[in-house]
Design a protein. Structure first.
Length: 648
């Protein structure tokens, strides 16, 4: 604490103007604003420990440099209270409370910019508000001076940004690169920085052995801005980075053109223990719906032949078999993947949709987003990038009872691409269609902004389990990362929970799944998405354990509450989700040694009977019923690549 006080005093003395200090409602987060030789700066502390050191702020635009030479002209502070319902995120009801601080800046005696801060009990967020200058009503934001300076000894859990026009059919970047865990700060990924969200662990001081965690991300990005990334400047200092020149096949600017007045997306900083990271709702708290839902959208479970059978499975008879399988499982949909227009055809798809309707099973159809930004040959192509053709296609989809679309192979984070996401979503809402995105950017508050948005991939998802044994070997390790990083800020369309032993249509050949059946059940809860197309196959009705199949029939896809019980990114996780009055406690272990823990489960009253799905040392699963003891505690053991699920 003494070191924190001394460093803060030195910083405040260095500031030419001391702006103000503001606290979260529970007093644990402190935001300090200041000016350092005409440059806005901020500092964030948690429980008196500095987690963001003095860091500069500002924007560089074509109508002025608003990162230096500024004068602070006062701050305003007021409380923010809002309640909202959103059934397709991690928590269905939110009572959001925060303190909003608006810092006003002048340059050459003109009011040029506000920086708006929000401080809640878990998060600090900020965004810029720009104003017209004389007769100027538009501007281009060329660069952000937003910095995040982390204390010494910080380690990182990051996903490197890929270079543009690389990878399969020149489709990168698509947020599909492997995470590095517990690495020192000071690196810059593969040379292009890191995709959001970015997780850091800050060591405690000499008076405390505990660590604090920081998750940096952004939310509220739409067609009015670019999607951003995090670039390392030096050591523990990072800055906001704009898209790469080569994205979108080189078309379009890397800058953001905005009308005035206008606001940038929010930069979010979630701080505190790991529970704050896993449970944060800041991505949704800070945004508002952009339009009304055209209808009440239905979510739920579905099946998907491509993950097991690949392109050849996209034929009429196989999709009909998967409709029968979804009906047998009580699922609501089937996802028909690439080449359906060539290998099945529009007329036969209409027949499949009619057949599915008789069994209460709807279709999702796959599309290639592409116009001119990559070489991906999968069809249908040239449908989603053109407004006139897109709306004609969506009318056909609506008229034939199609529930939603999965659009793949986007071209980066430039402003025209962000506008395309928004246009697809808006048009789809006009025709009552849900949208899933793959080969895509991170969702940034989109579940609340766009009522028909469902989920995005933006992760090394289940397809990689089919493509290479290395992904199967690392499956549990990756599963222990996503609930702390990628999935904590937005829905994640992973497409997992396989019960096949092999990723092949005969369940005898292909890459070998190294995880247990209980692990598969656990990830159906760990990975949050309101629509889940699981990697199950029709053969699982006879070759998978009955208890596993029955669980997968009943597991929800929408949740009312989430609680982190224990975990460490990349090693293990124990997480609880509530659906109605039912709690699902779930965990997986990636460590070589079995994980043995005594866990306290206050969501189950003493004497409550719970079903426990667990693995033995050989990853053989079983289910048993036990009663909670008076302490509401349970001793659990999870072997490497195994899982556990506890359900009341």
């Amino acid at each position: 604490m003494k070191r924190f006080l001394w460093s803060t005093i030195l910083w405040l003395v260095a500031c030419s103007v001391i702006a103000s200090t503001h606290k979260s409602l529970d007093g644990r987060i402190t935001l300090t604003l200041g000016m350092n030789q005409g440059k806005p700066c901020y500092q964030v502390c948690y429980d008196g420990f500095e987690v963001i050191k003095s860091s500069e702020l500002g924007l560089l635009t074509n109508i002025g440099d608003f990162s230096q030479g500024l004068t602070l002209n006062g701050t305003e502070q007021h409380p923010v209270k809002e309640s909202y319902e959103l059934c397709n995120i991690k928590q269905s009801h939110m009572d959001y409370e925060a303190t909003e601080v608006v810092a006003k800046y002048e340059k050459d005696s003109r009011h040029v910019m506000d920086i708006v801060f929000r401080i809640s009990n878990r998060d600090v967020a900020f965004r810029y508000r720009l104003f017209p200058q004389k007769d100027t009503r538009v501007c281009v934001v060329k660069e952000e001076a937003s910095l995040f300076c982390l204390p010494g000894g910080t380690t990182s859990f990051l996903c490197p940004q890929a270079k543009p026009m690389n990878g399969f059919a020149r489709t990168s970047p698509s947020y599909e690169t492997p995470y590095s865990c517990d690495e020192p700060v000071g690196r810059n990924g593969w040379g292009e920085g890191y995709t959001f969200p970015c997780l850091f662990k800050v060591k405690g001081n000499e008076e405390s052995t505990s660590s604090h965690w920081i998750l940096i991300s952004e939310t509220g990005t739409d067609g009015n801005y670019v999607g951003c990334r995090l670039l390392n400047v030096a050591g523990g200092t990072y800055r906001i980075g704009f898209p790469q020149e080569g994205e979108l096949n080189g078309s379009g600017s890397i800058t953001a053109a905005m009308p005035l007045p206008s606001e940038t997306p929010w930069r979010t900083i979630t701080v505190g223990p790991l529970a704050n990271i896993a449970e944060t709702t800041v991505a949704f708290d800070l945004v508002q719906p952009k339009y009304k839902a055209s209808q009440e959208y239905l979510y739920g479970k579905g099946s998907w032949s491509w993950i097991i059978g690949m392109d050849s499975s996209c034929n009429f008879e196989e999709q009909k078999r998967y409709i029968d399988f979804s009906a047998a499982m009580g699922y609501q949909s089937v996802l028909v993947d690439a080449f359906w227009d060539q290998q099945i055809g529009y007329e036969k798809i209409a027949q499949l949709a009619h057949y599915g309707k008789q069994k209460n099973v709807s279709l999702f159809l796959w599309y290639n987003s592409n116009g001119s930004w990559n070489d991906a040959p999968q069809t249908p192509i040239g449908k989603m990038n053109n407004s006139r053709i897109r709306r004609e296609e969506m009318k056909w989809l609506r008229d034939n009872g199609i529930r939603g679309i999965k659009v793949d192979f986007f071209g980066g984070d430039k402003q025209p691409m962000m506008q395309l996401y928004e246009d697809i979503l808006s048009d789809a809402n006009d025709y009552g269609l849900l949208c899933i995105f793959h080969g895509c950017t991170l969702p940034r508050g989109w579940e609340r902004m766009y009522p028909n948005y469902v989920s995005s991939e933006a992760v090394l998802a289940s397809e990689n389990l089919h493509f290479g044994q290395g992904a199967c070997d690392a499956e549990a390790h990756n599963a222990c990362i996503h609930p702390f990083v990628r999935n904590t800020v937005g829905s994640m369309d992973f497409g997992g929970s396989a019960l096949n032993k092999y990723y092949g249509s005969d369940n005898q050949h292909g890459t070998v799944r190294k995880t247990s059946d209980v692990y598969a059940l656990a990830t159906s809860v760990l990975f949050q998405s309101a629509v889940q197309h699981f990697a199950l196959a029709p053969n699982n009705l006879t070759d998978a354990p009955l208890w596993a199949v029955n669980f997968m029939k009943e597991v929800p896809t929408t949740w009312d509450e989430v609680k982190l019980i224990d975990g460490y990114p990349g090693k293990y996780i124990i997480l609880a989700r509530r659906h109605g009055n039912q709690w699902f406690v779930t965990g997986v272990n990636a460590e070589p040694q079995p994980l043995k823990k005594v866990v306290t489960l206050p969501m189950y009253a003493a004497g409550t009977s719970v079903q426990v799905y667990s693995d033995d040392a050989q990853l053989n699963g079983r289910v048993k019923t036990i009663k909670m003891n008076k302490k509401q505690q349970m001793t659990i053991t999870i072997p490497c690549n195994g899982g556990i699920v506890i359900v009341n």
